[in-house]
Write a protein that binds this ligand. Sequence first.
Ligand code: CP
Length: 308
Amino acid sequence: MSELSVNHLLGIKYLTEQDIELIFETADHFKEVINRAIKKVPTLRDITIANIFFENSTRTKLSFELAEKRLSADVINFSAGQSSVKKGETLIDTVNNILSMKVDMVVMRHPNPGAGIFLSRHVKASIINAGDGAHEHPTQALLDSFSIRERLGEVAGKKVVIVGDILHSRVALSNIFALKLQGAEVKVCGPRTLLPKHIESLGVGVETDLRKALNWCDVANMLRIQNERMEFSYFPTTREYSQQYGINKTLLESLDKEIVIMHPGPINRGVEITSDVADSEQSIILDQVENGVAIRMAVIYLLASKIK
Ligand code: CP
């Protein structure tokens, strides 16, 4: 297969296993490119991309911008906080005004689930979802699976546990879709209050005992508590959460086998993960960030090739 089955990247839910394979093969090539002395290719000199962020971001925003520049695309950046959105302009008006400047592709982060889907139905541009509320974060899941493949050789057959605030996490949902599509076994682990009802219907196991979950898995993906999406208290105290669902070096070293530790960032050191685990040899957290650029170059390149 030489092209994606989709014209937008709105969620992993809309991809096929072959799409993911194609993105990974393309990312393998771009990872080699970004490790050369000259890290740039002229491939997308005729493409203009707008990064529009209605929510805070460090990794995703910088990674997309770098990926676009490595491909020689023209890039414009928009942050809602400093824009006319503050004066009441709607999402469609905002984006159509940006598109009238001859923009080909929009990378959007938005607090509302489905914002990218909505946009793709109303504007003429290729849309990449850079995180929509608690719904999906497809490029994060792609870079996570790519990093597992890099460390363990393949994703199929691997046991992955996603730990923490599953209820409010777009990373968890996109990871579940991506890992299942590639043949991994997936469990979620956290307090009952932070596990969505009926999560088993997605084909994942549920474990509330962190030690049992870690002894089962090959890979543990530790998630942050999404305080910004919480209206109520879901556990008594942060200290108690950390004691029951945080990973520290003593716990890691007491397990039956050596496991891989992941985290999408931003990390709350001392809450879901201690510094000695985050910075250990078993952690691939910074590999995930590095791979994010290659994955996003691959996604942009493959979607851009469908525009012409
Ligand atoms: N992982 C992730 O999406 O991080 P940012 O919120 O910093 O982009």
